[in-house]
Write a protein that binds this ligand. Structure first.
Ligand code: GRF
Length: 214
């Protein structure tokens, strides 16, 4: 069975969606550790509620970025993690982590990449005036939200939307496509060919446009 290590910085609603989908058996995997850079992250409470080991590692306690991400990689390796999930981890992963887990780190971003990478993807979409935004699950590479796209969900943007209202609508889709992507990974149904991620699934077309309810 796949061992998953999760990195989160904040409230952890995506982390909860993953926990819930493991609980129902939709994803067959085990979360072996939650690592947070923020001792006040609500994600830590969620982990404790579900008996998941937690670890707080703060960048300021390390001399540099390399040693910080080497330590994270070491903790994940020692728990035999086969997948690293960045669930609202508000940092750009360092190369010391990425090279230890090639094509084994995934992230969720609240916009349709390559549009609106970086922070506040939802605000960027509202400010730009796009009519459709959404969310993207992608493999993590050294750039900011630049890795190969696994799955996306589109969400309408309405004239009276604010950052908050759009974020709420996008979040509902995040909670569907993130577990779905993890399920596909855990079943060995994702293969990466350059920038393209091929989903080996008879439902692939339908799933990408309308992620199945989980
Ligand atoms: C989500 O919008 C996610 O897309 C972004 O950060 C937010 C995290 O929310 N990367 P949560 O902590 O999972 O509730």
């Amino acid at each position: 069975m796949l061992n998953i290590g999760v990195l989160a910085s904040g409230r952890g609603s995506n982390f909860q969606a993953i926990i819930d989908n493991i609980g129902t058996g939709y994803i067959k995997a085990k979360i072996v550790v939650l690592i947070s850079d923020n001792a006040n992250a609500y994600a830590l409470e969620r982990a404790k509620n579900h008996g998941i080991e937690t670890l707080v590692l703060k960048p300021k306690d390390f001399p540099d970025k390399d040693s910080y991400y080497s330590r994270i990689a070491k903790e994940l390796k020692s728990r035999d993690a086969g997948l690293v999930v960045m669930a609202g981890f508000m940092r750009v992963a360092g190369s010391a982590l990425i090279r230890e887990f090639p094509n084994k780190i995934i992230n969720i971003h609240p916009a349709l990449l390559p549009s609106f990478p970086g922070l506040h993807g939802q605000k960027q979409a509202v400010d730009y005036g796009v009519k459709i935004s959404g969310c993207t699950v992608h493999f993590v590479d050294e750039g900011v939200d630049t890795g190969p796209v696994i799955i996306q969900a589109a969400v309408p943007v309405y004239d009276n939307d604010t950052e908050e209202s759009l974020s709420e609508r996008i979040l509902k889709q995040e909670h569907k496509i993130f577990p779905f992507a993890i399920k596909l990974f855990s079943e060995g149904r994702l293969s990466v060919h350059g920038r393209k991620v091929i989903i080996n699934s008879e439902r692939e077309g339908a799933a990408i446009i309308n992620p199945p309810l989980v």
